[in-house]
Design a protein around this ligand. Sequence first.
Ligand SMILES: NC(=O)c1ccc[n+]([C@@H]2O[C@H](COP(=O)([O-])OP(=O)(O)OC[C@H]3O[C@@H](n4cnc5c(N)ncnc54)[C@H](O)[C@@H]3O)[C@@H](O)[C@H]2O)c1
Length: 278
Amino acid sequence: MAGRLEDKTAVITGGANGLGRACAEQFAAEGAAILVADLLPEPGRVTVEAIEAAGGQARFIELEATDQAANEAVAAAAVKTFGGIDILVTAAGISSGDYLSGDTERGLKRMQQMAEATEINPAAALLDLDLDDWRRVIDVNLTGTLLAIQAAGAVMVDQARGGAIVTIASVAAVDPLWGAPSYPVSKAGVWMLTKNASRTLAPLGIRVNAIGPGFIETNMTAVFDQTEDYRNLILGNTPMGRFGKPHEVADLALYLASSESSYITGELIHPDGGWFTG
Ligand SMILES: NC(=O)c1ccc[n+]([C@@H]2O[C@H](COP(=O)([O-])OP(=O)(O)OC[C@H]3O[C@@H](n4cnc5c(N)ncnc54)[C@H](O)[C@@H]3O)[C@@H](O)[C@H]2O)c1
C-alpha cells in the first residue's frame, strides 16, 4: 500500500531530537525522503540511521537556524539530493538562551538559579531578564522559523507544485505560562508568522499551519519531569493527566503535511491533553 507521503521530500529543522525526530521517522515511514537539518550532528546521524534501518530514505545536514545562508544551503541540499521540497517542518527550537538539547544538568542548574533569583525578587524572571537570553530565544525560535520558511518557500514557489509547511509553536503561543517572557513571545510570533505566511502563500498552493503542543516527553521537558513542583503544576493543568508522546505531535504534523488536510491553512492546532481550551 502506498504511504501517505509517497514521492514527497521533507525538510525537518530540529530533526535530530524530540518532536522533529518523531516527524522525520513517521514521515519516512509514509514514504517521504527526509533531510534532517540540525545544530547537533551526532543525534542527527542517529536519526538518519534509525530511518534507514526501518527502510526509509534520509540525509543529515548541519544547520544553525539563525543563519540565513545555512538555511539556503539546506534548501539547496534538498533540491540536489532529493530533487525538491514538498514539506517543511520547523522544529528547531530552544526554551532558554543557553538551552542545549540533551544537557538536562544544564537545564536543572538554570532552573535552580531562577528559583533562587525569584526568592530574592519575585519579578526577577521579567525585570532581570538577560537581554542576550531574550535575543537568542527570539532569534532561534522566531527568526529561525522565518528563515527556514523563506528558504524552503522559495524552492516550493519555483517548483510550482504547491507544498505544506508545518511550524512548531506551543501552547505558550496563547498562554503566557510562567517565568521569562522570551519563550511565549517567540511562540506567539511563530503563530502570527504562520498566519501571515499562510495568506501570502495560499494562492500559490502552499499551505502553512502551526502546531501548538502542550508538554511532550522530549529533552526540552526533561527538566520539568524531574522537578516535582513543576511536574505537579503541569499535570495539574493537563486534564488528561499526563505528558504527551512525540508521536502524538508527529501524527498531527503528518496530517497537516499530507493531502488529507488539503483545505486547511493558517491554523494553530494543539495536541496538549486539554491544556488550552480557548
Ligand atoms: N517538548 C515540548 O513539550 C514542546 C512543547 C511545545 C513546543 N515545543 C517546541 O517543539 C520544538 C522541538 O522541541 P523538542 O521538545 O523536540 O526539543 P528537543 O530539544 O528534543 O529538540 C529540539 C531540536 O532543535 C535543535 N536546535 C536547537 N537550536 C537549534 C539551532 N539554533 N539550529 C538548529 N537546530 C537547533 C536541537 O539540536 C534539537 O535537536 C521546539 O521549537 C519547542 O519549543 C516543544
